[in-house]
Design a protein around this ligand. Structure first.
Ligand code: AMP
Length: 603
């Protein structure tokens, strides 16, 4: 699709759009003033919290005192306070407003999701940011009010803390809120998925019903998406597995009794469907073709673009999305987290690798830790001096530090951002990476230490066979859906011949059991990650890997075996030396109930 078809320079914003665009202009023109005001508001209302008193802020609301007195912290620093709140302490510890619930981040601490306290009012702030997305988009793409969005949105399981607060992911919290469920009709935000299907806790039924509704309204779909690229690909994979049954349902005009059992979901889907043999024929024709290239365009012919996050770790899915969508534009609209919703992409038509997000100065108070890289392009220790939102420099990289209305003060988010330019006086950031994340398939994030610990546990199975892993590396294989972790192991003297296959499969499972709960949930409940694979490579493979790396200019003195590989020629080299491969035979254990509540009590 050419940009000319997407862009409509004559598009006149309607009243609501104009208000939203004016709002963006206003806050980005006055970035520094808005930031000062946000900080002052946060510190004023929370002056009597235990946290601010602990650091002797004494009611000061200015930047100087704030910066001099409050430390820059990580989750671990905050954990004792979080645990007290989780255990039911209702005193104003971090925020003067009651903590309404915990948002469970996909970032983990000691193997469990981090718990981010939030307050009711934050929902308004999140809703405000969402309300800016379509006005921005409508400046570039016309007619989005003439059709629907097919978005695959899901809720995840929630749990209660010992003190009775709900703990759940931020999107589950948002989708279940009145802000989402009861939003007034807006022709720019009409979705194919009925609310009942989005809010259905059974992920199979939810996906089945959402796909069925998307198919039933195929001609009306103007945009398709999910939050992350992996989510949209999961929907396509589900379609690959279930298209025959979905096709039958389209023909008959009602959802299969086996796949959609929840009465309210059934009713909602029935309301949308009627027998459509013509569409069923189209599905049958298209889905039974050998290649699924361009399947999105073939089944949903009016789709103008995909809306999915393909920045950061999700960039690995760009080629696969290109394949299935027949090259539809992949638009990234928003940058957000459980801690705080940060901002949006003001130029949504930009190519995935050019996307920059403008942090909205009204969402929280933002500071930036400059990042220095050493000669090997590795991050080195951060400089202690934090920089203000309005003062960051184009081309520099920073770690994002937030202070929120909900009671996080100078909290390191762990995201590395590079400044690409400014919109008015608000900087625009390219998302570089999340610090320390080595492997990621969906929302899981595995770092080097976690992988090493998991390896230590798994390799114990080899001991009684006299086998040892002399070198290893890892790889996130997304060539099939869902993707999976691969470990390349070189064993001493190729002893693997004597290690029974079941033992190596057990090693796979032990690695999985040892990884964090987000990984295990992805494997067991969400099925968004496929079984982990161990590939045994020939003796000498890692020496070859070193030779290859040195031939590309690395210094022999500084050579370290990479614990994760991404570069295609290296992955090819490793794959060409594989002598055997083993998969995890079962799903690792996972329950929504956290294993650390007991630890919480002991704080
Ligand atoms: P969570 O902690 O589970 O709420 O996930 C939030 C994290 O997801 C952020 O801190 C980022 O690392 C990542 N993330 C969110 N939005 C984007 C985006 N647009 N591009 C890249 N990464 C993102």
């Amino acid at each position: 699709m050419s940009e000319a078809m997407l862009c409509d320079s004559t598009a006149i914003p309607n009243d609501n759009d104009k208000k939203a665009l004016d709002f963006i202009e206003n806050v980005t023109i006055h970035t520094d003033e808005v930031q000062a005001q946000v900080l002052s508001e946060i510190l004023t209302r929370n002056a009597n919290t235990e946290y601010l008193k602990r650091y002797d802020l004494n009611g000061c609301t200015d930047r100087e005192s704030f910066k001099n007195l409050l430390p820059v912290i990580t989750y671990e620093d905050l954990q004792p306070d979080i645990v007290r709140i989780a255990n039911g302490d209702k005193s104003p510890i971090l925020s003067s407003h009651q903590v309404s619930e915990f948002l469970t981040s996909s970032g983990t601490s000691a193997g469990e999701r981090k718990l981010m306290p939030t307050i009711e009012e934050e929902l308004d702030r999140r809703t405000l940011l969402y309300s800016l997305l379509m006005p921005v988009m409508s400046q570039y793409i016309k007619g989005l009010d003439k059709g629907k969005g097919m978005y695959f949105l899901f809720i995840k399981s929630e749990t209660k803390t010992p003190g009775g607060l709900v703990a759940r992911p931020v999107l589950t919290s948002y989708y279940k809120s009145q802000h989402f469920r009861e939003k007034p009709f807006d022709p720019y935000n009409v979705y194919t998925s009925p609310m009942e299907a989005i809010l259905c806790p059974d992920s199979h039924q939810s996906m089945y019903a959402q796909l069925l509704c998307g198919l039933a309204q195929n001609k009306q779909v103007l945009r398709a998406g999910a939050v992350f690229a992996s989510g949209l690909l999961r929907a396509i994979h589900f379609l690959e597995q279930h298209w025959r049954s979905l096709c039958e349902d389209i023909r008959m005009g009602s959802p299969s009794e086996e796949d959609v059992t929840n009465p309210s979901v059934r009713k909602a889907v029935m309301n949308i469907m009627s027998p459509n043999p013509e569409l069923a024929d189209l599905m049958e024709r298209e889905c039974s073709k050998e290649s699924w290239e361009g399947i999105i365009k073939r089944l949903w012919p009016n789709t103008k673009y995909l809306e999915v996050i393909v920045t950061g770790a999700m960039a690995q899915y760009i080629p696969t999305l290109d394949f299935y969508s027949g090259g539809l534009p992949q638009l990234c609209t928003m940058y957000a987290s459980s801690e705080c919703y940060f901002g949006l992409n003001l130029y949504p038509l930009s190519k995935p690798w050019e996307v920059s997000y403008t942090i909205m100065p009204n969402m929280g108070y933002f500071e930036f830790l400059p990042i220095r890289r050493d000669n090997h392009n590795e991050h080195t220790d951060n400089q202690p001096q934090l920089v203000e939102l309005a003062d960051v420099k184009v081309g520099e990289e920073y770690e994002l530090v937030v202070t929120t209305y909900a009671g996080l003060y100078r909290y390191r988010v762990g995201d590395v951002l590079r400044v690409t330019g400014f919109h008015n006086s608000a900087p625009q950031f390219h998302f570089v990476c999340r610090k320390n994340v080595m492997l990621s398939i969906d929302s899981d994030k595995t770092d080097e230490v976690e992988l090493q610990n998991a390896m230590d546990k798994a390799t114990k199975h080899l001991e009684s066979y006299g086998a040892r892993v002399i070198e290893y590396t890892s790889y996130a294989d997304v060539s099939s859906i869902p993707g999976h972790y691969v470990l390349f192991w070189e064993l001493n003297n190729a002893t693997h011949v004597e290690v029974p296959a079941e033992v190596l499969q057990q090693c796979c499972l032990t690695v999985e059991e040892s990884l964090n709960s987000v990984y295990r949930q992805g494997r067991s409940a969400d099925k968004s990650i496929a079984p982990l694979e161990i590939k045994i490579v020939e003796s000498g493979t890692f020496e070859e890997l070193m030779d290859y790396t040195l031939s590309r200019g690395a210094s022999i003195n500084q050579y370290k075996v990479p614990r994760c590989v991404k570069f295609a020629p290296i992955v090819e080299l490793l794959n060409s030396r594989v002598t055997a491969s083993y998969f995890s035979p079962n799903c690792p254990k996972w329950t929504p109930v956290r294993t650390d509540w007991e630890t919480c009590k002991s704080f």
